[in-house]
Design a protein around this ligand. Structure first.
Ligand SMILES: CC(C)(COP(=O)(O)OP(=O)(O)OC[C@H]1O[C@@H](n2cnc3c(N)ncnc32)[C@H](O)[C@@H]1OP(=O)(O)O)[C@@H](O)C(=O)NCCC(=O)NCCS
Length: 233
């Protein structure tokens, strides 16, 4: 396995396998799904979690329905190794019908996917969540489409970093700069607490930004194809 395997799939491709995907959910996941008020979020959660289990079982060596997934605090789902299975780190993200799943054997990993779309509040959100240098770079973008794309670039990097770290918004994203300069594909971020993360842009689908963050030095990210796996369900 490469350092990080990245699986990107559309919910519309999971929908025809809905029965098989939801069949592998745990009782706790079914309860959580039942408590979701929005039908769209219910579909997103159940199909995504079924997909996560279906992919993970190929790495872990246990049937999808028997994988033990639990929250590691702050809501980050982790795989709990059981006797005879392999430990794996994973993280998942969804944005407007697109799903990204990153898997890594040896390092904490986070992923974020965002559909590129108009962001009318980009500068106000940047003032709240971004570093001053990032805000300035955005304000320099005169074309709204350039500003929106750069905003989502910074956003996916920060989210992937927060999700790899696992501490969510407690990380204080305004103190961390993810502007790696012109035509970047990523960079290394060192946190105040001393942990280092490799942040890698992975624009593997045309209308989305995808970013993977993994703890430690630079990683290689390999895109995996989901259609064969789904065809077998
Ligand atoms: C919850 C959070 C981890 C991501 O939320 P999000 O961007 O709305 O959603 P995504 O689709 O990218 O990720 C959600 C998935 O991340 C996972 N997740 C949840 N909490 C997590 C945590 N603390 N760390 C890592 N992953 C987490 C879950 O698998 C979740 O999907 P599921 O509920 O279907 O299982 C967190 O980053 C957050 O609250 N973000 C809010 C947005 C924000 O203010 N961002 C500031 C960026 S500068």
């Amino acid at each position: 396995m490469a350092d990080v395997d990245l699986w990107v799939v559309q919910l519309s491709a999971l929908q025809p396998r809905s029965r098989a995907l939801t069949a592998v959910l745990s009782p706790r996941e079914r309860d959580r799904a039942a408590g979701l008020k929005s039908a769209a979020r219910h579909t997103e959660f159940t199909l995504t979690r079924g997909f996560v289990r279906t992919v993970l079982c190929g790495y872990v060596g246990a049937p999808a329905a028997e994988l033990e997934l639990s929250d590691a605090g702050q809501g980050k789902p982790v795989q709990v190794p059981t006797p005879g299975t392999v430990a794996i780190a994973f993280n998942v993200s969804h944005s407007k019908g697109a799903v990204a799943l990153a898997i890594c054997r040896s390092r904490a990993v986070g992923v974020d996917i965002e559909r590129i779309r108009p962001m009318p509040n980009a500068l106000a959100m940047a003032a709240q969540y971004f570093a001053a240098d990032e805000h300035r770079r955005l304000a320099e973008q005169l074309e709204p489409t350039d500003r929106d794309a750069l905003f989502l670039r910074f956003w996916t990097r920060k989210e992937a970093l927060m999700k790899a770290h696992g501490g969510g918004l407690t990380l204080g994203t305004g103190a961390i700069c993810v502007d790696f300069g012109p035509a970047p594909v990523g960079g290394i971020v060192r946190l105040i607490e001393g942990r280092t993360f490799a942040v890698t842009d992975c624009d593997v689908v045309p209308d989305c930004h995808v970013c993977v963050a993994a703890e430690g030095p630079a990683v290689s990210v390999t895109l995996r194809e989901a259609s064969g796996l789904l065809d077998r369900l």
